[in-house]
Design a protein around this ligand. Sequence first.
Ligand SMILES: NC(=O)c1ccc[n+]([C@@H]2O[C@H](COP(=O)([O-])OP(=O)(O)OC[C@H]3O[C@@H](n4cnc5c(N)ncnc54)[C@H](O)[C@@H]3O)[C@@H](O)[C@H]2O)c1
Length: 141
Amino acid sequence: MKADLSGRVSLVTGAARGIGEAIADRLAANGSRVVHTDVADAARAAQKSPGGVAMTLDVTNPSQVQGIIERGVDEFGRLDILVNNAGINTLAHRVTIDEYPREAWDPILAVDFLADPENTYAHGHILTVDGGWTAGYAREF
Ligand SMILES: NC(=O)c1ccc[n+]([C@@H]2O[C@H](COP(=O)([O-])OP(=O)(O)OC[C@H]3O[C@@H](n4cnc5c(N)ncnc54)[C@H](O)[C@@H]3O)[C@@H](O)[C@H]2O)c1
């Protein structure tokens, strides 16, 4: 990716590792200041990018989502890009759907399916990369 994102502020969910960390790295490499959020500690990932910060965020908690967005706008003056990446990417229960444990669906649906609309409270460019129904959906406000 090559784009001039200098002066922009991006928030990536699930940015402590994996695809979210890689997206955050690319945004930073293109000049964006990046807020790395995750339920896990994202400090290591955030340290790599100039001006990067780590914030704890559970995307299934709407008040936390709203609080982080307000905090980001307060601290950085703007929020341009939100990457809805957080997801449960598991190799557990590789069975047919009729054998898939009922209790395993709840966290997957909460994170991968329901959290994305909640996160679109932000005013900015919304990119969803997880496996939910909005996967691949990008929207410009
Ligand atoms: N890896 C793949 O092959 C693949 C394929 C299709 C879609 N995806 C999607 O891409 C996204 C990233 O995948 P990955 O392979 O990097 O996964 P990963 O498991 O390596 O990383 C996911 C990150 O999301 C965080 N997370 C989980 N629940 C959270 C929550 N409630 N709130 C905030 N953060 C939370 C985790 O702590 C972790 O840091 C996921 O949404 C996944 O479903 C991945």
